[in-house]
Design a protein around this ligand. Structure first.
Ligand code: UDX
Length: 442
């Protein structure tokens, strides 16, 4: 049996560790953050992810999953070492590989086995794995044979556990067929198709997949503008397009633009990579520009409706960049809130999970409410930013009841126009005709 060590117990590292231990492997996760490690020992995840706490507790109690903040303890005796540290965006937007290289040096220094396979889960620009290998070889004390495998992660926040067990594919990229075969064997119990390829192609697959998905989103968002102008309904258009299996129905949901820790960072990194390689990737530039513009759409609609927004009171429903996560990194909701604040709007916000993180980021610039009802009370307009179940099933009759004169700017098309038409609500959404209730027209 292999001893697996994972460096980094963030979103990717922890989910990978929990899932690998759940299929029977002996896994140690190493994170330098002592507080996080202490919390993980008790079986509680430091971030919200549906189903994670249950699997975490189960495998900690089964003695298959261990946590430590000591690289020495984690790496001695490890045969397979996963690198799953963060690769954040720097202030200038470029990707920061400091933690990746630090992990590589730690492996060289502390790994004691002669034969070691290093598996990179973190998203890194093409060619980075070759540099990781060189660093490990340079710093290696006991390692004699070391091979590197690129095994990029495709899990989505909010459905990460499901995405591991029911993935469409696992990518294994290596220039060493024997190491690739060992990693394939480790992943076999997931019962997911495995595609083996060379190292650079695997690195490229990760970026290309995320860029393609971002492109689908920007494409549908751009079509949404046209739909509004020509009297079509983007929801209908997306369904009709998606029925063509060559197109596929997923990632065709028009909205307020993509956010999160991956698409914005990865599209930027891919563009940089292409420029350095002397290529232009014009499509990717357009994808990013459309996304930036999409963040402004709701505020523009509100300005057109009210004229000036100064002194108005707004309710914001949803802060996280998507439902089922407390993550607000690059969340369109936060960008829109900042824009509303600039326009002199006072804001009360609600999110089922992301309020603590928002308080840490923007503090008391806005007010926080404990329920949707409290958020809406006595406001002039509501902005729907995240389509949590609780938000998209909230009864329209309550908007009528609680708001001064109900005006909804729905960035996630949560309500059908048919339903809205039964209420005294002015309703604006994405890529669909606005609904004005005659009594409310200003
Ligand atoms: C993404 C990729 O899906 C995943 O494979 C990769 O490993 C990491 O990046 P994630 O960022 O967790 O995952 O969420 P995802 O569900 O892809 O959504 C990203 C953003 O796109 C969100 O802001 C979401 O609201 C937006 N989105 C997604 C749309 O606006 N429309 C869609 O149709 C789909």
């Amino acid at each position: 049996m292999n001893n697996i060590t994972i460096i980094g117990a963030g979103h990717v590292g922890l989910i990978t560790g929990v899932c690998l231990s759940d299929i029977g492997h002996h896994v140690t996760c190493c994170d330098l953050d002592q507080e996080k490690v202490d919390q993980l020992h008790t079986g509680i995840s430091p971030f919200y992810e549906p189903g994670l706490d249950e699997l975490l507790k189960k495998n900690v109690n089964n003695h298959r999953l261990f946590f430590t903040n000591s690289p020495e303890k984690a790496l001695s005796d490890a045969d397979i070492i996963y690198i799953a540290v963060g690769t954040p965006k720097q202030l200038n937007g470029d990707i920061d590989l400091t933690s990746i290289y630090k992990a590589a040096r730690m492996i060289g220094e502390y790994a004691t086995k002669h034969d070691v396979i290093v598996v990179t889960k973190s998203t890194v620009p093409v060619g980075t794995n070759t540099v990781i290998k060189q660093i490990i070889q340079k710093t290696a004390r006991k390692i004699r044979n070391m091979t590197i495998v690129s095994n990029p992660e495709f899990l989505r926040e909010g459905s990460a556990i499901r995405d591991v067990f029911y993935a469409d594919r696992i990518i294994v990229g290596s220039d060493c067929p024997e190491s690739a075969a060992i990693i394939e064997e480790i992943n076999k119990p997931f019962n997911v198709p495995i595609f083996s390829t060379d190292l650079h192609s695997a690195e490229m697959i990760k970026y290309s997949s995320n860029a393609f998905l971002a492109m689908k989103i920007s494409f549908i968002n751009e079509l949404a503008h046209l739909c509004e102008k020509v009297g079509a309904d983007i929801e209908e258009v997306a369904v009709g397009m998606g029925l063509d299996s060559r197109i596929g129905g997923q990632f065709l949901k028009a909205g307020i633009g993509y956010g999160g820790s991956c698409f914005p960072k990865d599209t930027h990194a891919m563009l940089k990579m292409s420029e350095e390689a002397g290529e232009k990737l014009d499509i990717l530039k357009a994808v990013m520009n459309v996304n930036r513009r999409q963040h402004d759409v709701l505020v523009e609609k509100a300005k057109n409706y009210f004229g000036s927004l100064k002194g108005k009171r707004a309710a914001v429903l949803g802060l996280s960049f998507k439902p089922n996560t407390d993550d607000i990194r690059e969340s369109p909701s936060i960008l829109i809130i900042n824009e509303l604040l600039k326009n002199g709007v006072s804001i009360t916000a609600y999110d089922p999970k992301a309020m603590e993180n928002t308080k840490k980021m923007i503090g008391e610039k806005i007010q926080y409410a404990a329920s949707i009802e409290e958020t809406l009370t006595d406001t002039d307009m509501v902005f729907i930013h995240t389509d949590w179940d609780e938000i998209k099933t909230f009864p329209l009759s309550q908007y009528e009841k609680l708001m001064n004169k109900p005006v909804i700017f729905d960035g996630r098309n949560c309500y059908s126009l048919n339903r809205v038409s039964a209420y005294k609500i002015d309703y604006f959404s994405i890529g669909r005709q606005p609904h004005f209730h005659a009594l409310n027209r200003t």
